[in-house]
Design a protein around this ligand. Structure first.
Ligand SMILES: Cc1cc2nc3c(=O)[nH]c(=O)nc-3n(C[C@H](O)[C@H](O)[C@H](O)COP(=O)(O)OP(=O)(O)OC[C@H]3O[C@@H](n4cnc5c(N)ncnc54)[C@H](O)[C@@H]3O)c2cc1C
Length: 388
């Protein structure tokens, strides 16, 4: 995109803030600061409508190429959008898996027909997607996948089980990694399928989490079906597609979520002032450290991704490790700031929110690759050390 066509950042921020003030109002007002991690079930139906409101405002697909219905905005303006969105109390997004994971993958690997069929529903905020990678026995070792798929009479058939599938209960479609070459092992012989969830062969069962919410699920496939052309990339070559998507997941896709961290830090500072914990020098130092960490994360996101397409060079390998550990420490600090009040079920909204930060952030260093796996990747791919 020609840089002279881009809005100035200050004008763009003012446009986002103005739109949010006018639209996150009236019937959408209850959504302010709701629905983030640990609060996923809040106002679920209204948050789906909010996706369509966002789409009508042109706020979905900000980084996508224009040729695919996006706005092709540079990372600096995407950061500006997410900061203004968070500042206005924009709710946790239900459509982020489709928008930030599947869409860029389809743009890279999908056929023109797949792009024309699936991108508009995501862009319109109408079709919600979830991710069917993990299985019992295939998490960190994803190549151990045992779900099977086969092509018969013009349809893919799917048999097996996925687990920890975030938002499956809210989704219309799931992208699934399954074994299509009988007898294959490891990364070979896997296919990346696009599967509709509303069919008799699919059973979705919620799993209750530490937060008390059930954001993720088990998904069982018993001869579930999808059309023959719902495979992305060549059959048997799904590992390549799945890894490209993971690159997005460990990269820019969490930008929006991170912009809410400053609101959480502010809640924590307010709680410290209210409880007197801010008189404790140790707590004060940790709050200052958290603030520095947050500024560093922001600067790093701009530095790492500014020139790239969301799945940038080797420094990007550090990104997921850095933000997830920062956030987990923030959760621990929140509990220390709250003291005994944090040990009890909170009815006060800011305290409840801080408790959820603690509970949910335990998961940040697990999903999209655990801490140990991220460090292995940094050592092997980033530093060229031998594979363990
Ligand atoms: C909140 C949340 C949401 C999720 N959402 C989804 C989703 O939508 N879709 C999806 O497909 N999955 C999802 N997941 C699953 C997630 O990707 C897996 O939990 C993750 O990949 C780890 O796999 P596992 O749980 O099987 O743990 P395991 O792989 O069994 O790991 C157990 C422990 O062993 C360590 N370990 C394993 N292998 C190694 C190694 N080679 N070297 C050193 N240490 C190792 C791990 O670091 C970990 O500490 C979600 C998980 C969470 C917590």
């Amino acid at each position: 995109m020609n840089p002279s066509d881009l809005p100035a950042e200050a004008d763009f921020r003012a446009e986002v803030a103005d739109w949010m003030a006018r639209h996150l109002a009236g019937r959408f007002a209850p959504l302010r600061h709701r629905g983030g991690p640990g609060d996923e079930t809040a106002h679920a139906a209204l948050r789906r409508e909010w996706e369509q409101e966002m789409a009508a405002g042109g706020w979905i697909g900000l980084g996508w190429p224009r040729a695919h219905g996006g706005r092709e905005l540079p990372v600096a303006l995407q950061v500006a959008f997410h900061e203004e969105y968070a500042r206005a109390g924009g709710p946790g997004r239900i459509g982020h898996i489709g928008e930030t994971l599947l869409a860029p993958t389809l743009i890279d690997f999908g056929t023109p027909e797949q792009q024309q069929r699936f991108l508009p529903g995501i862009r319109a905020g109408q079709v919600v997607w979830c991710q069917g990678y993990s299985e019992p026995g295939a998490g960190s070792d994803l190549a151990a996948i045992r779900s099977r798929c086969w092509l018969d009479a013009g349809e893919w058939h799917l048999q097996g089980q996925k687990v920890w599938t975030s938002l499956a209960h809210e989704s219309e479609w799931i992208f699934v990694l399954a074994r299509s070459t009988p007898g294959s092992v490891g990364r070979d012989g896997l296919s990346f399928l696009l599967v509709p969830l509303a069919q008799p062969g699919v059973d979705i069962r919620p799993i209750r989490q530490l937060t008390g919410e059930a954001e993720f699920n088990e998904v069982f496939f018993d001869d579930a079906r999808c059309a023959a052309d719902c495979v992305v990339g060549a059959p048997g070559d799904g590992w390549k597609v799945a890894m490209a998507l993971l690159g997005y997941e460990r990269g820019l896709s969490t930008l929006g979520q991170q912009m809410h961290f400053s609101h959480e830090l502010q809640l924590l500072v307010d709680a410290a002032r209210a409880s007197g914990a801010d008189r404790n020098p140790g707590i004060r130092r940790r709050i200052a450290d958290a603030w520095i960490g947050l500024r560093t994360l922001r600067a790093n996101a701009l530095r790492i991704f500014a020139g790239g397409d969301g799945a940038a060079g080797p420094e990007a390998l550090t990104y997921k490790y850095a933000w997830s550990n920062w956030h987990r420490s923030l959760g621990e600090l929140a509990m220390d700031v709250m003291g005994t009040a944090g040990d009890l079920q909170a009815h006060d909204d800011p305290l409840r929110r801080l408790q959820q930060v603690f509970f949910f952030s335990r998961a940040d260093t697990i999903y999209a690759g655990t801490n140990e796996i991220q460090l292995n990747i940094i050592a092997e791919r980033g530093l060229g050390m031998p594979r363990g």
